[in-house]
Design a protein around this ligand. Structure first.
Ligand code: MGD
Ligand code: MGD
Ligand code: MO
Length: 754
């Protein structure tokens, strides 16, 4: 078969290459080129967090296709539909090629010097006036490169000194970070994708991996079709491809994950499916956990979660009978009720069963965006870089020495400002300059009517740095045209800690510039200085920025010092921390080393250093328990249905890229709403009818699809700007991770047209 004709739209997961437990995942090389490339350039996918290694084909200075890299540990040559076709977005004729500024109400083209001068003039005025750093907000992404985040982080923390910096990673994987810190002391996924090769059971907690990390799903399917296949559990209110494949599917009532986990943990304890030696040696908190979960007998859990008791028992047996369990957790948990407590409960399951840090046994608190891990590592999400603890004066001092600035400059007097609070400050008028890079909040934030009101404020100076003129750019005072994947060099790290180097293959269009160059230009013009009066930022290109980051990460869990550009060129993907973390059962919880002193899982209240030290964690993991609480918005007589939102295999987020790729656009061109047959009947709706969906905040129209989704629940994909699911969603977030609850609004539907 000619691989370039391989149609990844009709056959998204491709041919099976079955393999047995303990074997190596066979190679299968996928490729798609429109012309014969003259050369191949090393990269990885930037359209999800899986980190599929890709070679970019170049001819006559243009990208002409892609090929999966056979030798890479992540994909062994495979590509998913977005990998195969997505690169064409960069070639789109409507890329931003020059800066835009607002003159008399409209955006007009200008030069870089004018655009940057406007930003710098405004910045200087704000920084030197009363309120200073308090007026700055930076809202970045999970889609730039490590070098760019680190630079932005230093600008924010050591240049301006503002705590108001976060990424859209807050919407995405803030809960992964919080759950990992809470249980194990620092961020960093314990498991490895290689665990798919060794496990005897896979549990997918609110993770539609088949559509969202399709190459990881290929690996799981290949194990399922080989000898000694792993058992599979799916917890999802919808009949996703994962749910259909699973041996046990729990179509849970949205927002009740924690009740289910507490019930499962109770059964694990009661049946004695506990690794007593492991728990005694490597954990603390078991008595409290037992006390909490004892209150979740089977009938209560079945009732709260609206599941069949026999199905819950089968799930417990699958988990309890496994010897090598791999769990993945994603948005069905992170964007739902009690996100951190529920994600932590999955960690508890693995700790109780002693299933962390050995082949086949581990947990992946997944990432979503391709470079979200780096946003968190480098501190562009507001954390301190290198998984340092803002509340630990020694960690702050280390950074002050590294950057040669006063400790007082580095914001550490309170937790960093989370994205939802940054938007609140902008709404209240205290943040007066909001710099948005690589994200499209006018479509992706909850409660869009409110977001538009904020972006329209006269007293808010909005900078948008993007590759297209997005819905958000329409509100900007200055729009900066960025170069993107294939047009710039940098590194990024996937969901199993694999670092890839992505190299520049072609020139960006027009005057578009790499995000790194934009940030460096700003730093230069702002003339940020260190304690000796020398320039704060001395690096000038991706590799010198990376070397600074290596210094910053030294001695921390995400230590990059052994992973040079040279090694990445030679070896392809390399994991920081090795294949698995915590192999000896020693965790990052020492009080001097950990990233957090902990938070109350119910309220989010921060614990003190003293209370952390008093617990003497000394490298043991925390078993944290919390009680189920109902979601903040429940269906009512007026709004009787529950809305969950999410993704489709062919579309990426707000479709700025996939909407411009003919193959992907055509595969899912418009929004829809999924309804259960019984609900459809009750509301007089047939398949294909146009329906109106309304929440207390707004409404959209969409054609109906009748599906086997659980009764009382409707699903809308959030990709479509003109019929955006976020017109309906609520401004509410998890009290610990501050991640918004995108999967829990109350809505009503009615037919408007057959
Ligand atoms: N094709 C594609 N792939 C992507 C992306 C994309 O836009 N398109 N985006 C990337 C990014 S940034 C991310 S974050 C990931 C997200 O990857 P996923 O988390 O897999 O995707 P979602 O569709 O957001 O949510 C997963 C599932 O959660 C279920 N769910 C909703 N509410 C609940 C609940 O209360 N409990 C449980 N147990 N399940 C619930 C939904 O039915 C849905 O099937 O995908 C990444 N990959
Ligand atoms: N209802 C609902 N809402 C959700 C979710 C949900 O499940 N349901 N999921 C949430 C999640 S997990 C996520 S991750 C967010 C995603 O939400 P967004 O981050 O808003 O989505 P994207 O469309 O990926 O926006 C990325 C922007 O960066 C631009 N861009 C791409 N490459 C580059 C580059 O190299 N440089 C620069 N400067 N810009 C670039 C793109 O053109 C695009 O405008 O949505 C969140 N919103
Ligand atoms: Mo995400």
């Amino acid at each position: 078969m000619d691989p370039s004709r391989d149609d990844r739209i009709r056959d998204p997961w491709g041919e099976r290459t079955p393999y047995a437990a303990g074997e190596r995942w066979p190679v299968r090389v996928d490729a798609y080129t429109v012309k014969q490339p003259e050369r191949w350039v090393r990269s990885a996918s930037l359209l999800h967090s899986n980190g599929d290694a890709i070679d970019i084909g170049v001819r006559d200075g243009r990208i002409v296709g892609v090929r999966g890299r056979a030798t890479d540990r992540v994909n062994r040559g495979r590509l998913d539909p977005k990998d195969v076709y997505g690169w064409q977005a960069g070639l789109s004729p409507d890329r931003l090629t020059v800066p835009l500024v607002r003159r008399r109400g409209t955006l007009v083209e200008t030069g870089w010097d004018d655009a940057m001068k406007r930003i710098v003039t405004r910045s200087r005025k704000l920084l030197d006036g009363p309120g200073g750093w308090g007026h700055f907000g930076f809202y970045t992404t999970g889609q730039l490169f490590l070098e760019e985040y680190y630079t932005l982080g230093v600008i924010g923390k050591a240049g301006i000194g503002t705590p108001h910096m976060d990424g859209n990673t807050r919407l995405c994987t803030a809960t992964a970070g919080s759950a990992l810190k809470a249980s194990f002391g620092t961020d960093g996924q314990p498991a490895s994708y290689a665990d798919v090769d060794h496990c005897d059971a896979i549990a997918l907690w609110g993770h539609n991996v088949a559509e969202t990390q399709a190459v990881l799903w290929m690996r799981m399917l290949d194990r399922r079709r080989g000898a000694n296949p792993p058992a599979m559990l799916a917890v999802d209110p919808r009949p996703t491809p994962v749910a259909r494949e699973a041996d046990v599917h729990l179509p849970i009532r949205p927002g009740t994950n924690l009740a289910l986990l507490n019930g499962l943990l109770r059964m694990i304890l009661e049946h004695g499916w506990v690794d007593e030696a492991y728990v005694a040696a490597h954990t603390l908190g078991r008595p409290d956990l037992e006390k909490v979960v004892a209150q979740y007998p089977l009938d209560r859990v079945a009732q709260v979660c609206d599941l069949k008791p026999a199905d819950i028992e089968r799930a417990a047996e699958l988990l309890g009978g496994s010897q090598r369990l791999l769990s993945t957790v994603l948005q069905g948990f992170y964007q739902s009720n009690q996100a951190t407590a529920a994600a932590v409960a999955v960690n508890n399951l693995h700790l109780l069963r002693g299933m962390i840090g050995r082949p086949g046994a581990g947990v992946l608190q997944m990432n979503g965006q391709p470079t979200a891990q780096n946003t968190r590592e480098t501190g562009a999400d507001g954390d301190l870089p290198g998984f340092r603890n803002w509340n630990n004066p020694d960690h702050v001092r280390e950074l002050a020495e590294l950057w040669n600035v006063d400790t007082a400059t580095i914001p550490h007097w309170s937790p960093p400002t989370h994205a939802m609070q940054i938007w609140r400050y902008a709404e209240q008028g205290s943040i007066k300059l909001l710099w948005i890079s690589g994200t499209n909040p006018a479509v992706s934030l909850p409660d869009l009517a409110r977001v538009r009101r904020i972006l329209k404020r006269r007293d808010l100076f909005v900078v948008v740095q993007d590759i297209f003129r997005t819905e958000t750019a329409e509100f900007a005072d200055v729009v900066l045209p960025a170069a993107t994947w294939g047009e710039k060099t940098g590194t990024f790290t996937n969901a199993d800690r694999t670092v890839h180097l992505s190299e520049k293959a072609v020139e960006p269009p027009g005057e578009a510039r790499a995000d790194l160059d934009i940030f460096l230009d700003y730093a230069r013009r702002m003339d940020f200085r260190n304690r000796d009066g020398m320039p704060l930022i001395t690096w000038t290109d991706p590799e010198s920025a990376y070397r600074e980051w290596q210094r910053c990460s030294a001695g921390r869990p995400c230590d990059y010092t052994a992973i040079s550009y040279e090694r990445l060129r030679r070896d392809g993907g390399v994991q920081w921390g090795g294949e698995r973390l915590y192999t000896g059962g020693r965790f990052n919880t020492d009080s001097d080393y950990c990233e957090t002193y902990g938070q109350d899982l119910a309220t989010g209240a921060e614990f003190t250093a003293e209370s952390h030290r008093a617990k003497r964690p000394d490298g043991r993991a925390f078993l944290h328990a919390a009680h189920f609480q109902p979601p903040p918005e429940e269906p009512t007589d007026d709004y009787p249905l529950r809305l969950v939102t999410g993704r489709n295999l062919y579309q990426f987020h707000t479709r700025t890229k996939t909407g411009r790729v003919p193959e992907l656009d055509a595969a899912a061109p418009e929004v829809w709403v999924e309804l259960n047959p019984a609900d459809a009947k009750a509301f007089g709706i047939d398949a294909g009818d146009t329906v109106r969906i309304e929440s207390p905040r707004g409404g959209i129209e969409a054609p109906a699809r009748i599906e086997d989704i659980r009764p009382g629940t409707v699903f809308v994909p959030f990709h479509y700007a003109r019929h955006a699911a976020n017109e309906l969603t609520i401004t509410a977030w998890d009290s610990v991770s501050k991640q918004p609850l995108f999967k829990l609004a109350a809505v009503r539907v009615r037919r408007i047209e057959a």
